[in-house]
Design a protein around this ligand. Structure first.
Ligand code: DX5
Ligand code: ZN
Length: 214
């Protein structure tokens, strides 16, 4: 069954602990944490101290999506704040293999993400180092954008490559996921759906999460 990782970027930050407890009660498998630096993407969200404080309110795995330049500089902070998986962007550093290895050395899972303009081929060499590959289905930076269908072909390509190369990474998709777009990703073989506005924008989080599973 597909896992749901609600993005807290669309949560009420003044009640972050309660919001995270509420998605856990609603049946989410993971919680997606979007860290933005205002340089790799044109927006600033929050850093490790913010999500570190709410660790005690939520027992779900922390799926930390780093939209920051040269993420290797801050790995210890993100791990200490409670990350279970750290995903970096292929476009954010020339040290992709070194950063993925450094994440795994810290005994947590390592993910690699590609923006809509980056082809799957560009990360082929790094796939053996990945526990997860994150396909962006919007330009990273903001919640509430429209799903780009080109992501579905990338999910298909990653599913086929996993089989061909005998690898075991999970495939996650992020951006514009809702009850209408999720089925295309599920059909293409996605393992984890990230959804911000389609969960936190609704009154009933459990119903919203169930609707994504189809
Ligand atoms: C965008 C973030 C997403 C975002 C998704 O840069 O990585 O996780 O919060 O929001 P929705 O689901 O509203 O598109
Ligand atoms: Zn994200």
């Amino acid at each position: 069954m597909v896992k749901i990782s609600p993005s807290i970027l669309s949560a009420d930050f003044s009640r972050l602990g309660e919001e995270m407890a509420a998605i856990q009660d609603g049946g989410a498998e993971w919680v997606h944490i979007d860290v933005m630096d205002g340089a790799f993407v044109p927006n600033i969200s929050f850093g490790a101290p913010v999500y570190g404080c709410v660790r005690k309110h939520c027992a779900l795995p922390f799926d930390v999506h780093l939209m920051i330049n040269e993420p290797i500089r801050y790995l210890d902070d993100f791990v200490k704040a409670g990350a279970d998986l750290i995903t970096i962007h292929a476009e954010s550093t020339d040290r992709v293999a070194e950063t993925l290895t450094a994440i795994k050395e810290r005994k947590i899972a390592a993910g690699l993400s590609i923006k809509p303009g980056t082809p799957v081929e560009a990360i082929r060499e790094y796939l053996p180092l990945c526990d997860l590959v994150l396909v962006m289905s919007v330009e990273p930076g903001f919640g509430g954008q429209k799903f780009m269908p080109s992501a579905v072909d990338k999910i298909r390509a990653l599913t086929a490559l996993r089989e061909e190369l005998g690898l075991h990474y999970e495939i996650e998709v992020d951006g514009g996921i809702n009850a209408e777009t999720a089925p295309f990703c599920i059909e293409a073989g996605v393992d984890v759906l990230v959804a911000g506005s389609a969960v936190f924008g609704k009154a009933d989080y459990k119903a919203a999460i169930d609707a994504l599973r189809g």
